[in-house]
Design a protein around this ligand. Structure first.
Ligand code: PMP
Length: 434
């Protein structure tokens, strides 16, 4: 494959855009750098780059593109929205319907508010827990990503009974002192944090099924205990379902796991590819928000008709019978193909998969928390990513991200992908530069 146009675009980008990219992972930091491929167009399960190379896409824009790129129903909704004007700054005739669809799908959303990103959604849920409880601190879990607001850019301290350290320049020590980070699936660590900080804890924030150090499910009983212990302590439970809502089924991870939080943050899929976030939950808690309550949250773009109409269309597509089963079947086939190729070629790979989302880790026995995921081989993943890319398979450029199936992927795409995985594993995963 020739990447000369991407190389030229990357050079030019670095002159005008900080770092040449608008989100850091796009610079292939997680896979040792290199020239990011500049995409020009996308349709269904495919991308075409600036050099005319075609790819099968498993990035799905980090999750939102579950119907495949430019799905006709979603595209039509966006076209109609564009023709009707994309931003009003008023209530619109579309938003009640969409809020109702979300509420029907995820019943814990007694009241909903639309924002513009997952970051905003999570940030606001944290504010609401503080407003409601009158407490300051939150507990979160190591490796779960919750956007880039200050409070969630805090890394673990030295243990569950210590507060955190800033995980980004510009986040103050004072802010880090409001956050306790404990390992996912570690109930004793969670109990220690909760016991130690007790009535200081306003909220407990968790991805109910992790998507940010690969796909990692909660161990049986873990979330139930988190919910029960938090509530017994007077702390609210927030599920960050920015990745998980509508990923595995029509509804959230909370539907799949049959367990409800007090508040939920949403994003990604619910915008059908346009910018969106939403949060919601128990009515009495949500009533903390302005204009009903004292906690402030607003947005010029919030509930804009383009994102809302794209979101409605996306959910309509996802209501088609069989959509999720197909992603599950293709996901299973891909998992089996990868594991078989790994066995045939002595590549130490494990796959964590839930329905249409999976992560391939190298050189680790199992992954059930962030530490496990961290200890998997970055070098082997980097070689895997690059060798797949130059053969026309676009994966997420980090060992911590998932591969996502979409409703547009076909059995033929999966067969082709497995064939390429076999070729790559046969060649081996030693270092590879592009
Ligand atoms: N929460 C989770 C679980 C996420 O995965 C992300 C983004 N990857 C966010 C929040 C932040 O969402 P956004 O990028 O839309 O701000």
């Amino acid at each position: 494959m020739n990447f000369s146009n991407s190389e030229q675009l990357y050079k030019e980008a670095q002159e005008v855009i900080l770092g040449g990219v608008n989100s850091p992972s796009r610079a292939y930091k997680g896979v040792g750098g290199g020239t990011p491929v500049f995409m020009e167009k996308a349709s269904g399960a495919y991308f075409w780059d600036a050099d005319g190379n075609k790819y099968i896409d498993y990035l799905a824009a980090y999750g939102p593109i579950i119907t495949g790129h430019a799905h006709p129903h979603v595209t039509k909704a966006i076209q109609n929205a564009a023709a009707d004007g994309v931003l009003y700054g008023t209530p619109t005739v579309y938003e009640n319907k969409f809020a109702g669809m979300l509420q029907n799908a995820i019943p814990s959303l007694e009241k909903v508010r639309f924002v513009n990103s997952g970051t905003e959604a999570v940030m606001t849920t944290i504010r609401v827990t503080r407003a409601y409880t009158g407490r300051n601190k939150i507990i979160k879990f190591a490796g779960c990503y919750h956007g880039h607001s200050d409070l969630v850019l805090v890394a673990a301290g030295s243990g569950p009974s210590t507060t955190g350290n800033p995980d980004s320049a510009g986040v103050t020590k004072n802010i880090a002192e409001e956050v306790i980070t404990v390992p996912f699936n570690d109930l004793s660590g969670f109990k220690e944090a909760l016991n130690h900080f007790g009535k200081e804890i306003a909220g407990v924030l968790v991805e109910p099924i992790v998507g940010n150090f690969g796909i990692v499910e909660p161990e049986p009983g873990f979330l139930e205990a988190v919910n029960d212990l938090s509530r017994a302590n007077g702390s609210l439970v927030i599920y960050d379902e920015v990745i998980t809502a509508f990923r595995f089924m029509y509804g959230g991870a909370q539907n799949l796991l049959e367990i409800e939080p007090d508040l939920t943050a949403l994003g990604k899929i619910i915008g059908g590819g346009l910018p969106i976030g939403a949060y919601g939950g128990r009515q009495d808690i949500m009533e903390q928000i302005s204009p009903l309550g004292p906690a402030y949250q607003a947005g010029t773009m919030a509930g804009n008709p383009a994102s809302i109409r794209a979101g409605i269309a996306c959910l309509e597509v996802l209501q088609t019978p069989g959509v999720y089963d197909k992603m599950d079947q293709l996901g299973r086939k891909l998992e089996e193909g990868i594991l078989k190729a790994a066995e045939d070629h002595n590549i130490p790979a494990v796959v964590n998969r839930l329905r249409g989302a999976l992560t391939v880790y190298f050189d680790v026995d199992k992954v059930s928390n962030f530490e496990d995921a961290e200890s998997s081989s970055t070098d082997m993943f980097a070689a895997f990513f690059k060798k797949m890319l130059v053969r026309g398979i676009n994966l997420a450029p980090s060992k911590f991200e998932a591969l996502f199936l979409t409703s547009a992927h076909t059995e033929e795409d999966i067969n082709k992908t497995i064939h390429i995985v076999e070729e790559v594993f046969a060649e081996g995963l030693e270092e590879y530069e592009i």
